[in-house]
Design a protein around this ligand. Structure first.
Ligand SMILES: Nc1ncnc2c1ncn2[C@@H]1O[C@H](COP(=O)(O)OP(=O)(O)O)[C@@H](O)[C@H]1O
Ligand SMILES: [Mg+2]
Length: 315
């Protein structure tokens, strides 16, 4: 078998953290299988004569030095790759959307993971709202009266968060009757110019925000991010503690409920967030968690991902 060529469209290699990044273990696994690894950033993509091309460097990854450049930079044809991994980190902004549009151009010729159309369709928080029966009660709106009324009718505290945020940025808890609510809503909506999510606060967050990693809709492993004493947010970015956990019956139910959606949208590698048995996020842009699950459970999810990618390869 001739060796495979995989392109990784992502952030600069100098930002990669060897013992944290899921992209790193995906590259490591691809390399272990004898594949050539090409790295490029979204800004290096171009369309020339109808082909999606990009200026890439061929690299070898390793620990602890992260990577070395083997050759390049050189212009490569993305459509001629055996697979393209879209692993750019959020923000999910217009540049991101633009990159998914370019990747659309090679979907017929090669495997793109995750499917750029699926990524574009599935905003991490809005996608959960297709499954209201397994989510905390939520209102997505910009109307101040409606938002205030929803908060007033909630049984307890509410969480107010931007629909396009990540890493816990701009996520506020407003207690029942909190006099900061008006100000929080004005700030996050930009005086009513942007939609915002108001969601019932789930007190079980104290036990942790559970990340479940799914491959092709199948739950593969999970861990908890437990908020610190001085912050309500279960984001690793802001110091949440990572602890192992199992996949329970309720988790299986949630995964089973969303699996058809993930498969339909070509979202091979997804990470969902569950608080107190309720779904709060479906992360598909550049999900993470592979290294945590490997450390806790010895499960190498990157193998399952690469197996699928190899099986999906276009002739
Ligand atoms: N409904 C909720 N109930 C309790 N805590 C929540 C809720 N929604 C979010 N949080 C808290 O805020 C953090 C970040 O919210 P999340 O929706 O995951 O957005 P982000 O994309 O910024 O991670 C969560 O880890 C959790 O600690
Ligand atoms: Mg989150």
């Amino acid at each position: 078998m001739e060796s495979r060529r995989y392109a990784f469209v992502m952030d600069p290699m100098d930002t990669v953290i060897v013992d944290r990044d899921s992209s790193f273990v995906l590259m490591e696994e691809a390399q272990r299988r004898g594949a050539a690894i090409y790295h490029l950033e979204p800004r290096h993509l171009r369309v020339r004569g109808g082909d999606l091309r990009g200026t890439a460097t061929r690299i070898r990854v390793g620990r602890p030095h992260v990577y070395e450049v083997l050759s390049g930079p050189e212009e490569v044809d993305l459509g001629a790759m055996d697979a393209v991994f879209m692993r750019k980190d959020p923000p999910f902004d217009m540049d991101y959307i633009f990159a998914t549009m370019l990747l659309d151009l090679v979907r017929e010729r090669t495997v793109v993971v995750n499917d750029p159309v699926g990524i574009r369709n599935a905003n991490e928080k809005i996608a959960t709202l297709r499954f209201p029966e397994i989510c905390p009660a939520t209102l997505l709106d910009r109307d101040m009266g409606n938002l205030r009324e929803f908060a007033a009718n909630a049984p307890g505290a509410v969480v107010v968060k931007p629909w396009d945020g990540n890493g816990g940025r701009g996520v506020f808890v407003a207690m029942k009757g909190d006099r900061n609510l008006g100000s929080i809503l004005e700030t996050l909506t930009g005086e009513g110019r942007r939609h915002v999510l108001v969601q019932h606060y789930v007190p079980e967050i104290r036990q942790g925000d559970k990340r479940i990693v799914l491959v092709d809709g199948e739950p593969m492993g999970a861990f908890l991010r437990v908020p610190g004493e001085h912050d309500h947010r279960g984001n690793m970015h802001v110091g949440a503690r990572v602890v192992p956990c199992d996949i329970g019956a309720r988790d299986l139910e949630i995964c089973g409920r969303i699996a058809p959606f993930l498969r339909e949208q070509g979202l091979l590698f997804a990470g969902i967030d569950v608080i107190g048995g309720l779904l709060t996020e479906i992360n598909v842009t550049s999900p993470t968690g592979l290294q945590e699950i490997r450390r806790f459970h010895g499960i190498r999810i990157e193998e399952a991902i690469l197996d699928r990618v190899e099986a999906m390869r276009k002739p």
